[in-house]
Design a protein around this ligand. Structure first.
Ligand code: NAD
Length: 370
């Protein structure tokens, strides 16, 4: 079996605690499924700042670029509130995304049957939910030029950001969405603001023409939806969606909204992918959707499932171990079915467990499926 190299960047706050559980899972697969996943660990975020006065050293960045996948915990926390903006822990994420050219951000919002009551929506609206949001991650208004804050007359100031997309940027992320939809329920909703923004109109036209040009996408049903309507539909009838593809700004908001439909941040993984390079290699980073949760760091109560599901996504999208990914997802489902819950998803009548106990319970379930 070919060796795979992954880089573990635990980061700050609960990052190291949940990464420990992911490592136990990787070790389990290496031992019991004879995978050859070699991992090394480096500092990122505030932990790296404390050691190196930068949230991401060049050496760690090169290592990330060279790995088959990067698994990241979380970065940031109040300890670094007064650090210069350019050296804040969160800057490490932006630099990793930019340098690794991670243009496609995949965020599944899946409602585990056992956690239906954790959602603020009615069980019948949320039960069985399985949406994938594909967000463009390296373009649009967060990166467009010109940008800045400048003085104008009468002592006033003007803040400027530019919402800009090229055909190529739109088409490559739309392709990711269509290719994923082919493996799912074959439905793509493209969300834009084509009614008021030229860049939005271009978005709609390019997504449509990519679809029209490729016969292999004909089995997919494509619809275009205004992003504000999409936000409404997500709470009204979320199960109408399969894959939603959208730009950086709307994706930021719609993916958070979709995430919260499922009730807990501690359950939500994400993947960020690059284009294939000339050797056919894709760079990738996998991380939970939540942050470093400084309020509970060090208490041993963080939910490690988002981190472990992020590793499952890495197995599927970067390491080509689809069956192993499914096995891991099944083990998590079975543990939830047994009634084990970390504090964030605790309900009456269930058994409250620590971070370590949750990791161990998942491994015990994997043991039953060896
Ligand atoms: P957060 O996601 O860290 O926490 C929000 C709430 O959810 C907290 O009450 C926290 O205890 C809880 N929570 C989050 N993950 C959990 C888990 N796995 N198990 C149980 N409970 C969990 O968001 P925040 O408080 O706004 O941000 C804290 C820090 O994290 C900030 O410095 C922020 O910049 C950073 N942040 C980092 C990332 C990242 O690394 N990708 C993402 C978001 C925020």
């Amino acid at each position: 079996m070919t060796k795979k190299n992954i880089l573990l960047l635990a980061g700050d706050g609960i990052g190291p605690e949940i990464m420990l559980e992911a490592k136990k899972i990787i070790d389990w697969f290496n031992k019991n499924k004879k995978l050859d996943i070699d991992y090394s660990e480096e500092l990122v975020g505030g932990a790296s700042y404390d050691e190196n006065e930068t949230p991401l050293t060049d050496q760690v960045l090169y290592k990330a670029m060279d790995s088959d996948a990067v698994l990241l915990g979380a970065v940031g926390g109040p300890k670094w509130d007064t650090v210069d903006f350019a050296k804040k822990p969160e800057r490490a994420l932006l630099r990793l995304r930019k340098e690794m050219r991670l243009f496609a951000n995949l965020r599944p919002a899946i409602c585990f049957e056992e956690l239906v009551s954790a959602s603020s929506l009615k069980p019948e609206v949320i039960s069985g939910l399985d949406i994938l949001i594909v967000r463009e991650l390296t373009g649009g208004i967060y990166f467009g030029e010109p940008r800045g804050i400048e003085p104008i007359e009468n002592g006033e100031r003007r803040g400027v950001n530019t919402h800009v997309y090229t055909s190529k940027e739109i088409r490559r992320v739309a392709k990711v969405a269509f290719d994923l939809a082919l493996k799912r329920n074959k439905k793509v909703t493209s969300a834009d603001k084509s009614n008021v923004m030229e860049a939005g109109l271009l978005w709609k036209e390019e997504v449509q023409s990519l679809y029209d040009e490729h016969a292999m996408y004909k089995s997919i049903s494509l619809n275009h939806m205004l992003a504000d309507n999409c936000a409404m539909q997500l709470v009204r009838n979320p199960k109408q969606f399969d894959v939603i593809v959208t730009d950086n700004l709307f994706g930021d908001m719609l993916s958070d909204e979709a995430a919260m439909l499922t009730g807990s941040l501690g359950m939500l993984p994400s993947a960020s992918l690059s284009e294939k390079d000339k050797h056919g290699r894709t760079r990738s980073m996998y991380e939970p959707c939540h942050g470093s949760a400084p309020d509970i760091a060090g208490k041993g109560i963080a939910n490690p499932i988002a981190m472990i599901l992020s590793f499952a996504m890495a197995l599927k999208y970067s390491l080509n171990f689809d069956q192993e990914a499914e096995l891991l997802e099944l083990a998590i489902k079975l543990v939830l079915k047994d009634g084990l819950r970390t504090a964030d998803i605790m309900e009456k009548g269930k058994q409250k467990v620590s971070t370590t106990q949750m990791g161990d319970a998942i491994i015990a379930k994997l043991d039953t499926k060896k």
